[in-house]
Design a protein around this ligand. Structure first.
Ligand SMILES: NC(=O)C1=CN([C@@H]2O[C@H](COP(=O)(O)OP(=O)(O)OC[C@H]3O[C@@H](n4cnc5c(N)ncnc54)[C@H](OP(=O)(O)O)[C@@H]3O)[C@@H](O)[C@H]2O)C=CC1
Ligand SMILES: O=C(O)CCC(=O)C(=O)O
Length: 447
């Protein structure tokens, strides 16, 4: 690592002690963007990256609510408004007991680059709470969402900051938060995305992150004359992103053999067909159950408790669960088993050692900020439809999503192609994402 990158990271670490996930995300960007800045005088002397690692605003608040047993509960809420140079803050809300400042700052920082890559006018933000939705009744989920929005509503707005879902926050939670915002503010605006279709949501938004991840992998595979047809695919997670990655990979002729949750993974050598995926959706979206319930219905499959699916032989891997779920050893195992393509559906699922391993082996590797950008891009399309007070068809939204994912791929190739023709998608995504935000910051002066 160069001296300037080292010095930069030391200074950031000093100001952000005990924030390992945030430092991990900053390091990955700094290693590729600082050498680019050093070759481009236009971006020097204005502290651009130094400004980008400093959130424009961090909001932290108490959420008090009453559970079904009549007990008072207290959680912590956050919204990180990271960068608004190219548009209103935009990014999801996460409800998970692991949520803290470090995790949300890493997600908000990644979001700035990702949103820039989509080509749409969206700044970056992220929020959430350490609230654990597991085991809560529907009434408790609604009460919590209302209490969360009672505070958050004063900080957001259709032209200020537009939240959406993330881990633990899907259509149900977005609906409850939207209802509370509308009640308190007495306005019907597109203040959240991922809304229900009957109140301003966009067709394809639920599918968009998983579909977009597969479209991006399709673009990468095409550079090698390859496709999903006949390939074995390993997917982690079984939530929103994983479900639609499985659906699209299967539609394109791939055989998806795994899905997982935090308790372990299921391996189905016959492939997760459309009918079997419908069962996963019932387990996860209707009953909020566990992935091992799959083997009770499909006994040919097995459940591997407490493990992750990267030990399964595959051609393509799609990590779609959470951060740091694929380590260096697992990356080596994937490569030794013949994996040629990894497209991250989750945010930062590969550890730095895993990323290094994929790039050293020169396989097709896409970082989440490029390959999972289809979700927020379609949120951007939802905002456009809300502003127009129109709804586009499934086909129209899917067509736009396709085009956006191809354009992101092209931008990565433009900025990430090495002298020997290898495309470093990490470098490409970071530099392409940086350039648009940096140009806007330069034009707007030091603010
Ligand atoms: N939803 C979206 O549009 C977008 C999401 N992403 C990213 O994709 C990833 C998945 O999000 P999404 O599908 O929406 O979330 P969901 O809540 O729908 O699903 C999350 C899945 O990941 C698993 N998971 C969560 N934490 C862990 C953990 N610590 N170890 C193992 N498994 C875990 C969950 O299992 P369990 O139920 O056991 O916790 C569940 O299967 C996240 O990284 C998110 O930031 C990125 C872009 C957009
Ligand atoms: O759709 C959005 O606004 C948020 C998506 C998101 O949180 C993400 O891209 O990680």
């Amino acid at each position: 690592m160069s001296q300037s990158v080292n010095a930069f990271l030391e200074a950031v670490a000093k100001r952000n002690a005990n924030e390992p996930e945030f430092m991990q995300a900053v390091r990955e960007v700094a290693e590729t963007v600082i050498p680019f800045i050093e070759k481009n005088p236009k971006y020097q002397g204005k502290m651009l990256l130094e400004r980008m690692v400093e959130p424009e605003r961090v909001i932290m608040f108490r959420i008090a609510w009453i559970d079904d047993a009549g007990n008072t509960q207290v959680n912590r809420g956050f919204r990180i408004q990271m960068n608004s140079a190219i548009g209103p803050y935009k990014g999801g809300i996460r409800f998970h007991p692991s949520v803290n400042l470090s995790i949300l700052k890493f997600l908000a920082f990644e979001q700035v680059f990702k949103n820039s890559l989509t080509t749409l006018p969206m700044g970056g933000g992220k929020g959430g709470s350490d609230f654990d939705p597991k085991g809560k009744s529907d009434n408790e989920i609604m009460k919590f969402c209302q209490a969360f929005m009672t505070e958050l509503q004063r900080h957001i707005g259709a032209d200020t900051d537009v939240p959406a879902g993330d881990i633990g926050v899907g259509g149900r939670e977005v609906g409850y938060m939207f209802g509370q915002y509308k009640k308190l503010r007495n306005e019907f605006t597109g203040v959240l995305t991922g809304k229900g279709i009957s109140f301003g949501g966009s067709l394809i938004r639920p599918e968009a992150t998983g579909y977009g991840d597969v479209y991006f992998a399709q673009n990468m595979l095409a550079t090698k004359g390859q496709s999903f047809e006949g390939k074995t695919v390993v997917v982690s997670g079984s939530g929103n992103v994983a479900q639609y990655a499985i659906e699209k990979a299967t539609q394109l002729g791939g055989k998806v053999v795994t899905a997982s949750d935090s308790s372990g993974y299921i391996y189905d050598a016959d492939g997760i067909t459309t009918e079997k995926l419908a069962y996963i959706m019932e387990i996860k979206n209707v009953r909020y159950g566990r992935i091992n319930e799959y083997v009770a219905k499909y006994p040919n499959a097995k459940f591997v408790e407490g493990k992750r699916p990267w030990e399964v032989k595959c051609d393509i891997a799609l990590p779609c669960a959470t951060q740091n779920e694929l380590n260096g050893e697992e990356a080596k195992m994937l490569i030794a088993n013949g994996c040629i393509c990894v497209a991250e559906g989750a945010n930062m699922p590969s550890t730095p050692e895993a990323v290094e391993t994929f790039i050293a082996a020169k396989i097709l590797f896409a970082p989440g900020k490029a390959s999972n950008a289809g979700g927020v891009a379609t949120s951007g399309l939802e905002m456009s439809q809300n502003s127009l007070r129109l709804s586009w068809t499934r086909e129209e939204v899917d067509q736009r999503l396709h085009k956006i994912m191809s354009d992101i791929h092209e931008a990565c190739v433009k900025y990430g192609t090495e002298a020997d023709g290898f495309v470093d998608y990490v470098k490409g995504a970071n530099i392409a994402g940086f350039v648009k935000v940096a140009d806007a910051m330069l034009a707007q002066g030091v603010v």
